[in-house]
Ligand binder design. Structure first.
Ligand code: URA
Length: 423
């Protein structure tokens, strides 16, 4: 087979055969197909799309590029969640131990942030001693001890996706539904979970800016999961404003601890409990209600066990940024808009995210907002606190917040519902 022939077929709006897809994924993983050739093919896919059959074949070929994990030795059903990425989206932190406290086993493979969206591993790495890199045996040990593990995908899991995702990131080909769906689902199917809940984000802070696009992505991923024998459902949830009150690393861990202690921002609690109920139902687990496990301290106990089992000290003080800058409300009225993308960009520019994959992140950096859409604010009251270790980063962060909110006298926010739809 010849890679040029495959590129030309997709460039000219053809449907790739199973043999072509298998060949191209196998040979890209082994280095026979060059990055520039795969970039051209990715761009042709972004522009011309793929049929459901092509997406399914592409996903299967990516799974076959590595190992498929197996948790059948556990005495409880596995269930997991994946978010398509957002701003202030710390939900995995309270959710995984919460589901463990209600009887599920959660083998959560997470990622690091890139661009304006945060990464679960970056947040957890602000906890002194906590390790993201675990062997398969260590994952099993943590799952047995805590009922939940959150760690990085090892090199053996969907290696084709690792190469492809890094390539897409630098070639303007991230936002293609066939490529996003196959990327996410190849990892989640290879991870070996028996049930999966997808949190598909919609709005300015998400990859999918509109509800119809998010619906298409969700339906494609649910079909891929069901075909692979993973009981999969999706919730479409709002990312037109950021989640909770913080975007960053350690500050998001602190907010997650508030939720695990039975408090925390109402939107984070509502989404965490809704996703936990879906994860338990998808795995056929009934019994304890997640809202009770937040109230009675059992979710917090699971969190502490999980953090300790991964080398972390759950009681150690978290890093704090050396500098803060307060932004006040320029006028009085109702906060009618708080744009997720602008807030995410500010947190990223303060050092919470990275510009290149190999860059370190600052554990203490990020943004806290003191009002949410619908709140009345008074001119001069604090609206945001910026946290950073490098004061030189503040002006660019301020720029990204400039057009990111509206205050209107007597105004009303026009927001997406937090949970838009279940698919
Ligand atoms: N998350 C992934 O893992 N892959 C994508 O393509 C987008 C988000």
């Amino acid at each position: 087979m010849d890679v040029i022939e495959v590129i030309l077929a997709k460039r000219d709006r053809g449907e790739l055969t199973t043999a072509q897809i298998d060949w191209v994924i196998e040979n890209y993983t082994s280095g026979v197909v060059a990055d520039e050739q795969m970039s051209a093919l990715n761009m042709a896919i972004l522009l011309n799309g793929m049929t459901r059959r092509e997406i399914a074949d592409w996903t299967k070929a990516m799974i076959r590029s590595g190992e498929r994990m197996d948790w059948s030795v556990l005495d409880r059903p596995t269930t997991d969640k994946h978010s398509t990425g957002g701003v202030g989206d710390k939900i995995t932190l309270p959710l995984s131990p919460l589901v463990a406290a209600c009887g599920g086993a959660v083998p959560q493979l997470s990622g690091r942030g890139l661009g304006h969206t945060g990464g679960t591993l970056d947040k957890l790495e602000s906890i002194p001693g906590w390790r993201a890199l675990l062997s398969n045996d260590e994952m099993l040990r943590v799952l047995r001890e805590a009922g939940a593990v959150i760690c990085a995908a090892g090199d053996g899991l969907a290696p084709a996706d690792k190469k492809l995702y890094a390539l897409r990131d630098v070639t303007g080909t991230v936002e293609a539904i066939p490529l996003i769906a196959s990327s996410i689902m190849s990892k989640k199917i290879a991870e070996g979970t028996s049930a999966l809940v997808l949190d598909v984000k919609v709005g300015s802070g998400a990859f999918m800016k509109s509800v119809p696009m998010a619906q298409e992505l969700a339906r494609t991923m649910v079909a891929l999961g069901q075909d692979a024998g993973v009981n999969t459902v999706a919730l479409l949830t709002a990312m037109d404003r950021p989640l909770g009150r913080t975007a960053g690393n350690a500050i998001e861990v602190t907010e997650s601890l508030e939720v695990l202690a039975g408090g925390g921002p109402s939107d984070v609690v509502e989404l965490t409990v809704a996703l936990a109920r879906e994860m338990l139902a998808a795995a056929g687990i009934s019994g304890k209600d997640p809202a009770d496990a937040l109230r009675d301290g059992s979710a917090m106990d699971s969190w502490k066990t999980m953090i300790r089992a991964q080398g972390g000290d759950p009681d150690a003080p978290l890093p704090v940024a050396t500098e803060t800058e307060v932004v006040t409300a320029p006028s009085s009225g109702v906060l009618t808009r708080l744009d997720a993308y602008g807030v995410g960009l500010a947190a990223w520019r303060l050092g919470a995210g990275r510009a290149r994959k190999e860059d370190p992140v600052s554990a203490g950096a990020g943004v806290t907002w003191h009002a949410v859409p619908g709140d009345s604010v008074t001119a001069g009251q604090p609206l945001f606190t910026l946290h950073t270790d490098e004061p030189g980063r503040v002006p660019r962060a301020l720029e990204s917040l400039e057009g990111a909110f509206d205050i209107v006298e007597g105004g009303e926010p026009d927001l997406l519902p937090l949970i838009i739809e279940r698919i």
